[in-house]
Ligand binder design. Structure first.
Ligand code: NAD
Ligand code: MG
Length: 391
């Protein structure tokens, strides 16, 4: 019999972190959260520690170490306090866990994701930006260490479930579904004045602010095309996107024999996380089965509107350009989304900044992590300068 699996959650205070802890808490005989890590919100992290009693808690913000240590002590917990990204990397690779849920938002998550991959941990990968930034290197580390990677993105998790184990052949196409976001059906002109509050009000999924804005621009789907390329070894030409407003079909795989497989379910990431925790077995996630009639009895599909949502086209172009282009696409997008959320730039400035940045910064070969980090930093500087000129 397997013992209790020890789970580290990087990004524990976020939306994915909450879903993961919900599933883990349903199965105390199978899973225990042993490491909880967050960015800046010490009080939220301490609250989670009170409930889940991990062995270790990490706050990325080094200035918050004393507050975390004292807060844990005042709460009467024996949880050990740590601070800084290096502490996360060390814990990801340590005996404190056998499974790592990578749920930090943004390129900051790459380092702990890589540490978990190198240590051969079971990796539940929600941090899609790390695959966009360094997909080849990350996949090579997973293969070299022999760990299991389960994608925690509903689309890629759907494809993962549809594929036989190993390196499957005979895949003709991958078709990623997209909800279309809160602005589906609007023209480009109708997007000029939309606010951050409108952009993060997603019709189907409850998610953190950054990915919610990415869903509104369709950059999220663009990042997912690049993610699918790395996870499943598919060229961009064989990855398609279909808008599916009901968000019940999470993606399709078409095989060369004409078969198409899909995975369906309610839009709730707890299903995805339960798949990652239990695979190849199944455990209850708290999500109900799918009542198609109750959901309206229909499944609709339409092509994406690349004129209103050019971010998706930009992501395909970056994937095609290769080298450092996807890393720069991601960095420019992170900077633009952050400025939009702060009310400094308009919604349509997001794709414009990404497009201008990619045109100004020619990609180079991406043979090392150092080269990728340098490209990420150069793109951020370029993006920040362009944002200051707009504000
Ligand atoms: P969120 O904003 O709700 O949570 C982000 C988490 O990252 C928080 O715990 C925060 O403390 C942590 N964090 C932020 N900056 C950090 C830093 N510098 N160092 C360490 N930790 C830091 O975001 P989310 O919606 O949970 O998304 C997390 C990741 O999962 C993203 O990459 C997103 O694209 C991906 N994802 C999310 C969903 C979803 O349904 N929410 C679905 C698919 C993929
Ligand atoms: Mg997704």
């Amino acid at each position: 019999m397997e013992g209790v699996r020890r789970i580290a959650i990087f990004g524990a205070t976020g939306s994915i972190g909450a879903s993961a802890l919900d599933v883990i808490a349903r199965h105390p005989e199978k899973y225990r959260a042993t490491v909880l890590a967050a960015g800046h919100r010490v009080d939220a992290l301490i609250d989670l520690c009170r409930v889940h009693r991990p062995d270790h808690a990490v706050i990325a913000d080094e200035a918050a170490f004393a507050a975390l240590r004292d807060g844990l002590r005042d709460a009467g917990l024996s949880t050990q306090a740590h601070a800084g990204l290096a502490a996360m990397d060390a814990l990801a690779a340590s005996d404190a866990c056998d499974t790592v849920i990578a749920a930090i938002v943004g390129a900051t998550g790459l380092s702990s994701t890589l540490a978990a991959a190198r240590a051969g941990k079971r990796l539940l990968l929600a941090n899609k930006e790390s695959l966009v930034l360094a997909g080849e290197l990350l996949m090579a580390e997973v293969a070299a260490a022999g760990g299991t990677l389960v994608p925690i993105d509903s689309e890629h998790n759907a494809i993962f479930q549809c594929l036989p184990p190993g390196r499957p052949d005979g895949i003709a196409r991958i078709i990623l579904t997209a909800s279309g976001g809160p602005f589906r059906g609007r023209s480009r002109a109708e997007l000029a004045d939309v606010t951050p509050a409108q952009a993060i009000a997603h019709p189907k999924w409850s998610m953190g602010p950054k990915i919610s804005v990415d869903s509104a621009t369709l950059m999220n789907k663009g990042l997912e095309v690049i993610e699918a390329h790395h996870l499943f070894g598919m060229p961009g030409e064989r990855i398609e996107v279909l808008v599916h407003p009901q968000s019940l079909v999470h993606s399709f795989v078409e095989f060369v024999d004409g078969s198409t497989l899909a995975q369906l379910g309610l839009p709730d990431m707890r299903t995805t996380l339960a798949v990652g925790l239990a695979w190849p077995r199944r455990v209850a996630s708290g999500v109900a089965g799918l009542d198609l009639i109750g959901q309206g009895g229909r499944l609709d599909f339409e092509p994406p509107d690349l004129d209103a949502f050019p971010s998706l086209r930009l992501a395909y172009e970056a994937l095609h350009a290769g080298g450092t282009a996807p890393a720069m696409l991601n960095a420019l997008n992170e900077e633009a989304v952050s400025a939009f959320l702060q009310g400094r730039i308009a919604f349509l400035d997001i794709p414009a900044l990404v497009e201008d940045g990619l045109a100004a910064l020619p990609p180079t070969r991406a043979e090392s992590l150092e080269v990728l980090h340098a490209a990420d930093q150069a793109a951020r500087r370029h993006g920040q300068a362009a944002i200051s000129r707009l504000t």
